[in-house]
Design a protein around this ligand. Structure first.
Ligand code: DLL
Length: 429
């Protein structure tokens, strides 16, 4: 079950030696980027000052806003003619961040994806349906080339037309699907509506957005497969940064390619194993666009114990984003906490929308929740008790009063790509 056993199991001094060498190389590569020339000079650091991985702590952070200022090609460390592809981040506000790849980068990236897919038990005998957007989003081409490199038969179905996606799974005998967890739930819903089953499917690879253990249970039972969490971001090639193994207990982060740290997002202080904070990554193999101490904004922690699979360091499932955190009447709320509560209540479905308003100077959170299709009797009016029960459970979890509105099955928006379930209407309108 290994694609690159040596790298996947490299630990201790051997790993640190490789990381230190690659860190030095990354800093020398970054020295070709005007932004980093300036930042490194201000920090009094150069590639010559890097001797061990501890030296990373003396390097400056890079933020998402820094990358935006470099739009479009300001962070490329190689001549334009060596860039063979670009992707962009999927941010919804302002200009996206453009990321570039050399031939070598694409090779490394495909190798990482192949590692991940092999780790969950896929082989060239499998048929892999890649049901994500194939454009500038890294999930499409990223997984495509990794799955091909591994030797699977790839069905590049992209997104859209869910019935057709289901037909393809059934007609081609697809054994593994890759999509966002939200879209997987929608597929489950349409499968049930069509009254069919997906007998060939055995492995689902889900990522690109936050999801929960409850959602995993739901997907595994409704689609009869094993669901694995896949994490990454465009700035670090794309998907493939960290991935679950068959233990389904934390995601292995590939330390030969990424040097991870967890910091307190407020103070920048480094945190230890088991402490929750923001994931910061320094790339160790990226040629076209090296990034030093990149603040991902994603909240997680390093897991303390070793994994029985023999691979290295794991991070916990992403718990939220430092910038996704809602502050409602002074209380911090992550959308994932809401989802966790809702998915635990059998009478409600798996679709919800959160609206935040400011009414008479007070923050108000309204949550629209779809009823569970199989339990819905057609009447919403007799559901006041349930509505109250949901509000009470949310209150227990969030210490916050919310307004819950139950809506009919199928009435909330479905998302084929990343879901956008929170609408913050304070300030703007
Ligand atoms: O979402 C890359 C990707 C594609 C990952 C396909 C997995 C599967 P971006 O569009 O740049 O890249 O968005 C990156 O998405 O910083 C996280 O906030 C979030 N994210 C990605 N994977 C997960 C996950 C791709 N498994 C941003 N759990 C990241 C929670 C995730 N959040």
């Amino acid at each position: 079950m290994f694609w690159d056993k040596e790298m996947e199991t490299l630990r201790g001094e051997d790993l640190e030696r490789l990381q230190a060498k690659q860190l030095k190389w990354t800093v020398s590569q970054a020295e070709k980027v005007p932004f980093y020339q300036e930042r490194l000079r201000a920090a009094g650091m150069s590639a010559d000052d890097i001797h061990t991985i501890e030296d990373v702590k003396r390097l400056p952070f890079t933020k998402k806003t820094d990358l935006r200022e470099g739009y479009p090609f300001g962070f490329f460390a190689v001549p334009r003619r060596e860039i063979v592809r670009i992707h962009t981040t999927s941010g919804t506000t302002g200009k996206p961040t453009v990321v570039g790849y050399t031939r070598h980068d694409l090779k490394m990236w495909a190798g990482l994806i192949a590692r991940n897919l092999t780790m969950v038990g896929l082989t060239p005998d499998d048929i892999f349906q890649n049901a994500v957007n194939y454009g500038l989003f890294t999930g499409g081409l990223g997984f495509h080339y990794g799955a091909e490199l591994m030797g699977m038969m790839v069905v590049p179905s992209a997104t859209g037309n869910t019935k057709r996606q289901i037909e393809m799974i059934r007609d081609f005998g697809v054994t593994s699907i890759h999509c966002t967890p939200g879209y997987a739930l929608h597929i489950a819903e349409v499968v049930e509506e069509m009254g069919v089953t997906l007998d060939s499917l055995k492995i689902g690879v889900f990522g690109a957005e936050a999801w929960s253990e409850t959602m995993r249970n739901e997907l595994e039972s409704r689609l009869s497969l094993k669901a694995y969490d896949s994490y990454g971001m465009s700035e670090m090639y794309g998907p493939g940064v960290a991935f679950e193994c068959q233990e389904q207990n934390g995601l292995h982060i590939w330390e030969d390619c990424y040097l991870p740290e967890i910091i307190d997002p407020k103070t920048g202080e480094t945190l230890g194993l088991g402490e929750k904070g923001e994931l910061v990554i320094t790339s160790l193999s990226k040629e076209a666009m090296p990034l030093i101490r990149y603040r991902t904004g994603d909240i997680t922690m390093f897991l303390e114990d070793d994994c029985p699979c023999g691979r290295g360091l794991r991070i916990a499932r992403i718990m939220g984003r430092s910038d996704d955190m809602l502050v409602i009447r002074g209380i911090n709320v992550f959308p994932s906490q809401i989802e966790h509560v809702l998915l635990g209540i059998p009478e409600v479905g798996d679709q919800y929308m959160v609206y935040v308003d400011r009414i008479n100077h007070l923050d108000e959170m309204t949550i629209d929740v779809e009823m569970n299709r199989s339990l819905f009797s057609g009447e919403l009016c007799d559901l006041v008790g349930l509505q109250k029960q949901i509000a009470r459970q949310l209150h227990d979890a969030l210490s916050l009063r919310t307004t819950v509105r139950l809506v009919e099955p199928g009435s909330l928006p479905r998302f084929e790509g990343k879901a956008k379930r929170v609408v913050d209407r304070r300030g703007g309108l």
